[in-house]
Ligand binder design. Sequence first.
Ligand SMILES: NC(=O)c1ccc[n+]([C@@H]2O[C@H](COP(=O)([O-])OP(=O)(O)OC[C@H]3O[C@@H](n4cnc5c(N)ncnc54)[C@H](OP(=O)(O)O)[C@@H]3O)[C@@H](O)[C@H]2O)c1
Length: 252
Amino acid sequence: MSLQDKIAIVTGASRGIGAAIAKAYAKAGAHVAIVYTSPLSTESAESVKKEIEQLGRKAILIQTDLGNTDCGEVVLLKTLQGFNTEIIDILVSNAGIYKENHTLEFDPGLFDRTMAINVRAPALLVKSIAPKMPKGGRIVVISSMAATWASPTMDIYSASKAAVNAMLKCWAVSLGKSHGITANAINPGFFPTDINSHFSEELLEKFKNMQAIGHRLAHTDDLTGLAVFLASEQSRWITGETIECSGGSSLG
Ligand SMILES: NC(=O)c1ccc[n+]([C@@H]2O[C@H](COP(=O)([O-])OP(=O)(O)OC[C@H]3O[C@@H](n4cnc5c(N)ncnc54)[C@H](OP(=O)(O)O)[C@@H]3O)[C@@H](O)[C@H]2O)c1
């Protein structure tokens, strides 16, 4: 599957799932804007950029807080300037936060921050970037299996992922008709990245046992093929879908 010379934005691409997607897109031929926020991640974002450049593709770094209401405009302008382009082909809204919060300790501040980054930011990015997409533009949201799967400490996170999945169905309809853009989500199961580095060995073992395919933890490369497909021409008749990528963890 080719993404030859496509301009892609991948948010949260300094590490974890987003970094793997950014590199997979570059391998498929795309130029990639790497969006991240923390100064602590600059080194790692630069290393993703370097790997992309070694593949002969262009990469730019955009350091910004997607919790800000001007994030769509900031990412749009820096991408247009950085690649000297008027067109953006692919938006991967991957950046997200997760903090455990038990139902009886519901934290309104955490709710607002989680919704700002996991839900409002994707909407603001789409608002700014979709008008710059050509017919056949692609929006890919990295959501979560948590959108449909219950845990006693995931009320806020699960709500944010269910919300973004609901929004993307609306984007599929609104932007499909007007702009020929597709919008799909990947719902990952458990991936051992920094977002859940606090999980105990016991819990990791539990995740291994939950999967229908093999007794192992997922690797980010288990997901990148699907992310490339959803950004490619081959996915042209698929829109408004959420596809679980969890090794069958939710099958029971
Ligand atoms: N790992 C899993 O098990 C799992 C499962 C289901 C869904 N997901 C989803 O997959 C996505 C990626 O997760 P991950 O596991 O790769 O997480 P991760 O390793 O913690 O990486 C998170 C990425 O998001 C960026 N980010 C966070 N807050 C941001 C903000 N305010 N502004 C800009 N960038 C921000 C981070 O940038 P910095 O490096 O600058 O902090 C980092 O690049 C998330 O949406 C997550 O909810 C993950």
